[in-house]
Design a protein around this ligand. Structure first.
Ligand code: NDP
Length: 255
């Protein structure tokens, strides 16, 4: 399999860590970013390098801060030489799950900046970097969306709106970047065990036991990691612009 240089946002824990590990395990060189101190996560990158005999790196970057984007990509290109694929995974839920009637503009802006505006403009910059340095490898951009793009939760409306918009951003970039030879996908997870779902784990335990998903278990970060690995190996190279559901059958309509 072709060895790619891949950048994963928010790879420090949860789904992003699952993606980083799956890609490293497949032999790709992988860099990940987050807001935390460089030292702690650089050690994790070194562990991955030793375990999988790949190149790995961690960069401190807040995806909602556009000044960080150029620094992130410059560091990546200095260390890896070229960028082949970007996985926009970093994302947040609202700090307070407030009813729509109580949602604040501050929470709306925070969630939209991290989940939508950040990845949108990082994609813009990354696409230019890929375009400026053409090679024969498979290039793609994967956006981690959510079933919340279609399922309305009135106590985290800003999150649902951000993910619905990520879905349109995926289509827009797929249309624009097809001529540049870059495929763009949306991976849409269901309920995945991570820090994000930790505060509502009991609620989801009950819902899963009660039949929320056809496959009666939580999704795991490695379920998403395997799917990203499949997209990067070109298995769905002729499917740009598509949504891939990884949700244990949650979204299968039933009577
Ligand atoms: P976690 O809260 O477990 O992890 C979030 C990751 O994003 C961390 O690595 C965090 O890094 C990073 N991150 C958060 N904000 C920023 C920021 N401003 N800049 C850079 N990195 C940031 O969440 P999950 O792993 O559960 O979620 C990952 C993605 O999957 C999100 O986009 C989420 O919306 C989506 N998703 C999750 C589902 C679930 O059930 N868990 C379901 C559907 C979609 P750090 O804190 O180190 O900065």
């Amino acid at each position: 399999m072709e060895k790619l240089n891949v950048l994963v946002t928010g790879g420090t824990r949860g789904i992003g860590a699952g993606i980083v590990r799956a890609l490293a395990g497949a032999g790709h060189n992988v860099a990940f970013c987050g807001r935390g101190e460089t030292e702690k996560f650089s050690n994790l990158a070194t562990t991955l390098e030793n375990e999988f005999k790949i190149k790995a790196a961690y960069y401190q970057c807040d995806v909602s801060n556009q000044d960080d984007h150029a620094k992130l990509l410059d560091s990546f290109l200095a260390d890896f030489g070229s960028l082949d694929a970007l996985v926009n995974n970093a994302g947040v839920a609202p700090e307070v799950r407030a009813d729509l009637l109580e949602m604040t503009p501050e929470s709306f802006d925070r969630v939209m900046n991290i989940n939508l505006k950040g990845p949108f403009f990082l994609t813009q910059l990354a696409a230019k970097k890929i375009k400026d340095n053409p090679n024969d490898k498979f290039h793609c951009i994967v956006n981690i969306g959510s079933v919340s793009a279609e399922y309305a939760s009135v106590n985290r409306g800003e999150y649902c709106i951000s993910k619905a918009a990520v879905s349109m951003a995926t289509k827009l970039w797929a249309v624009r970047l097809a001529e540049e030879g870059i495929a763009v996908y949306e991976l849409r997870p269901g309920v995945i065990r991570s820090d994000m779902t930790g505060p509502v784990a009991e609620k989801y335990d009950k819902m899963i036991a009660g039949g929320l998903t056809l496959q009666k278990r939580w999704g795991l970060p490695e379920d998403i990691g395997k799917a990203v690995k499949m997209l990067l190996d070109g298995s769905l190279a002729y499917s740009t612009g598509q949504v891939i559901q990884i949700d244990g059958g949650l979204t299968v309509e039933r009577l």
